[in-house]
Design a protein around this ligand. Sequence first.
Ligand code: ZN
Length: 424
Amino acid sequence: MKIDRALAPVGTLVTLSDRFEGDENPLGILSKGAVLIKDDEIVWVGKQDDVPSEFDLSEADIQDLSEDTVFPGFIDCHTHLVFGGSRANEFDMRVRGDSYLEILQAGGGINATVRMTREASFDELYDLGMRRLDAMLREGVTTVEAKSGYGLTLEGELRLLEVIQALNRDHVVDVVPTFLGAHTIPETFKTNPREYVDLVIHEMLPAVVERGLAEFCDIFCEEGVYDVETSREILEAARGRGLKLKVHADQLTASGGGRLAAELRATSAEHLEYLREEDIPAFKEAGTVAVLLPIAAMYLMMEKVPPVKSLLEQGVPVAFATDFNPGSAPCLSLLTTMTMAAILYRLPSDEVLRGVTVHAARAVGREARLGKVEAGFQADLAVFSVGDHRLVVTTFGGILPSRVMKRGRWASLSAPCEPIMTTL
Ligand SMILES: [Zn+2]
């Protein structure tokens, strides 16, 4: 087989592959490794000296990365990528001591962003999205999940999902679309929330699915937003139409969203600060990924921490994501998120790396293709000029990849110099 690209030798190759795993080497690390790439796919991984002769390297682009560490491309598996405006004013309210729900009741929160997003044109939202993806790619992030949820009308939600579709089409980063029509109760339905639930189930969901605009359906299951029974109704309707499920669950109160996610065999449940210990076995049983969002917890100045140790001890896959959004996590940096996850949850860097590769791939339904450097996987790689892979997690800012590969091609890493938030 003629090989297009050969990375050999690689100083440290963090494969995350089961083939190279063991108690002593849980990340499947190879030194003096080699990666062979054909088109957009990895076709062979191993020790540099073991490359089989069946591979013809005569015309391959051979790169010597003997001073570098190569990771699978990182995956940001929970973002609210597309919105207009900013919510800088709310930060002052929060440091004064106002709670998340108090800010929501004062006209801030998600509904404020809904107003600002409605004022932004399709092109403005698209341009912001492109810049945000540029900034993420600059950190070695090659796949991003993106939710709607700032439209909250049929047209508004479809428009956001169409922006996400255009971003996925035009940007080198893959964007996984999630319909989050049930993000909050829109202001116009405050006195009759049931009417909005019916709109989500009977008008939005069919239109989203018919146009092929989403892979997942998500919901904000929380006291005062969508209770467990309403969440179940919406999620079951989404599943009935072929969407996979995610749940914003147990973030501010122990409202039972985590248990619901496991009962419905959701792909993932997010936040989980108030997840109850007794609900953890159901996660394991259902294969539901726990997606933890340390930036949001820190930004909301929460003291409660999810039961991370129990989740890991019981074999639940734990992923980490930025939760990029204007209110509770205005942070595009998955690298900062990784460092925060290690500190906030007292985790070794290897566990954090698993959480932004293999486990994050599972959280976006791409575990057969992404998150590992292994034959048959997509050639998405992040190359860092560091000798110790742990530095990428344990250094607080300042370390960026020297190169990023997406689908077998080196990406151009021009840093964005235009703003990623707008002022209205
Ligand atoms: Zn979120």
